[in-house]
Write a protein that binds this ligand. Sequence first.
Ligand code: NDP
Length: 317
Amino acid sequence: MRQVIIVGSGPAGYTAAIYVARANLAPLVVASSVEAGGELMNTTDVENFPGFPEGIMGPDLMQRMQEQAERFGAEVLLDDVTELDLSGDIKRVTLGSGETHEALAVIVATGSAYRKLGIENEDRLSGHGVSWCATCDGFFFRQKTIAVVGGGDSAMEEATFLTRFADKVYVIHRKDSLRASKIMQDRAHNDPKIEFVWNTAVTALHGETALTGVALTNTVDGSVRDLDLDGLFIAIGNDPRTHLVHNKLDLTPEGTIAVKGRSSLTSLPGVFAAGDVIDPTYRQAVTAAGSGTVAALDAEHYLAALPAELLAQAVPA
Ligand code: NDP
């Protein structure tokens, strides 16, 4: 049995791992089989993480965080958690491999998942012209006409990045103003390949084997028109990934895991949560990292107060 298992390997999970490992508690990090490193693996330049004045590529940053955690004794498993048993003093974490690992404390740092438009054919055309990741799929759209849906920083970042490949990038947004930060807006506005389509929702996806176009509905007057497209990138935000803890931990009305005050304490003792899965508002790499620190310190504090007989069963004791 471990003292601490961390579920998730974004900035929150790895920062928690660095702190827990430096406390000599040799945490196990269940990093996911396909999404290890979390959302920053799908990002290009990260320009706002302190300490990198020239910026750093998202995957490089995550690689460094992983190495830093491993250097102090964290063990990283590239597997997925399929089941969490969190109710007793001893928590059980079951993995896709079928293995079950036990721990006295669990830190849930499962982040958030891309939001979908929720329209017909979205899943069927995913990977066939419909994508949620410009850095993964942008290369396939050289000299093509594509669109990005959304009005936040993600949409601006994706659109700007995609102009490296595509001839034309529409940004389709349901309002007439953007939510994105000014610097990201300016970058998109100044790009000659980007054209904004305001007050517009994507309401249908056309194409049999691959996307050929979309139906656009004007959100002001309800008029509908078709737009031919080779690709559609959906960048409309994320939802907290809480499926493992539904009916186990209290959630907030926004759907994040509820924590007490500024701490990482969830509704169950010995279970801590950090990062995007508790944060409907800020959702930055650096705030997630800070949140991972809080969870690590809370977990250490919790362990320190456990009865010696229980602690003696864990490795390292
Ligand atoms: P946001 O929640 O900030 O923005 C989502 C956008 O998608 C909004 O414009 C929203 O519209 C729109 N939207 C939401 N749901 C739908 C829907 N069903 N149909 C159509 N449009 C929809 O998410 P982001 O992913 O852009 O950003 C998340 C966080 O990450 C933010 O804090 C952001 O600052 C940060 N970030 C920072 C980056 C950077 O600094 N380099 C890069 C990327 C993200 P509406 O405005 O009408 O609500």
